[in-house]
Design a protein. Structure first.
Ligand code: AMP
Length: 278
């Protein structure tokens, strides 16, 4: 596996691949890789001839009160996992490579980025994500980009941006990889105490119960409110549990729209998110 830390080294490899008519995919990550990330690499391998994984803990998507400095980092472990997963190139740019001194430009987002979900609780988050993802798309010139449904709103935001700005990349979403008990795999799960880790499965259970009620003809609002109440009773601080149109994240207005249930809640100091289709 090739390791590139600068745009110029990355471009040399990508140009060589282009010369051989190889297509390539990019899998953007913030490192601390788990099986969920590696499934994205596996999906990328099926779609294109060559795979780039990027590891960049993006300062622009963390607010001052968030966990940038304590975000887990394990470069050596990550590189070993990527190589074993069949990744061809790992791109690990330094912050200056992405945001050189004097960098001031950002992308103005709408649609799914303003759905009142993550954007409401992390107001700078998607501006940061869109900026770095746009740069990574441009740096890698990838034909395909693979993202997880785990971050469902992010997947829709990035898809919309790539389409609106003609970034020339096909964005593909991959279903969430879970622990045996249903908890969505996340780099942040390691922050959970033993007791919290046990409690954490309540999120997927609450979502599944709500989905069941809706499939049985129940009102989505009522079902998600009940899910939020049950999580609060269990000690979660709930940011939202919401039923949305699966394609736009708008609040549903008719009974035959495709729905997605999305939740975010804090357990102690750890913020967990999850979502499922109805
Ligand atoms: P992160 O490094 O956590 O920002 O995530 C990088 C990519 O991995 C994003 O596209 C995430 O949606 C995806 N991802 C994270 N956790 C999972 C998971 N459990 N299953 C599938 N994809 C995931």
């Amino acid at each position: 596996m090739i390791i590139a830390r600068t745009l110029s080294d990355l471009r040399d490899v990508v140009n060589a691949w282009r010369g051989e008519d190889f297509s390539h995919a990019v899998v953007p990550t913030m490192g601390a890789l788990h099986e969920g990330h590696l499934m994205l690499v596996a999906a990328a391998r099926e779609k294109t001839d060559r795979v780039i994984a990027t590891i960049f803990v993006n300062p622009k998507q963390f607010a001052a009160n968030e966990d940038l400095s304590r975000y887990p980092r394990d470069e050596e472990g990550d590189l070993a996992k990527l190589e074993a997963a069949g990744c061809d190139l790992a791109y690990l740019p330094a912050p200056d490579e992405i945001y050189p001194p004097g960098f001031v430009t950002s992308i103005s987002l709408g649609g799914p980025a303003k759905a009142g979900l993550e954007d409401k609780f992390r107001p700078h988050f998607f501006d940061g994500v869109a900026t770095v993802v746009a740069k990574l798309f441009i740096h890698t010139a990838a034909d395909v980009a693979i993202f997880g449904e785990k971050d469902y709103q992010q997947l829709l935001v990035v898809t919309q941006m790539a389409r609106d700005l003609d970034l020339g990349v096909e964005v593909v979403g991959i279903p969430t990889i879970r622990e045996e008990d249903g908890l969505a795999k996340s780099s942040r799960n390691r922050y959970l105490s033993k007791h919290e880790r046990h409690q954490a499965t309540a999120i997927i259970r609450a979502l599944e119960q709500a989905a069941e009620k809706i499939r049985g003809g129940g009102d989505p609002q009522t079902a998600t409110k009940a899910a939020a109440r049950s999580l609060t009773t269990l000690g979660f601080e709930v940011d939202y549990v919401s039923a949305r149109n699966a394609e736009t994240l708008a609040v549903p207005v008719s009974a035959d729209e495709p729905l997605r249930l999305l939740a975010a809640a804090r357990l102690g100091k750890t913020r967990l998110i999850d979502n499922i289709p109805v």
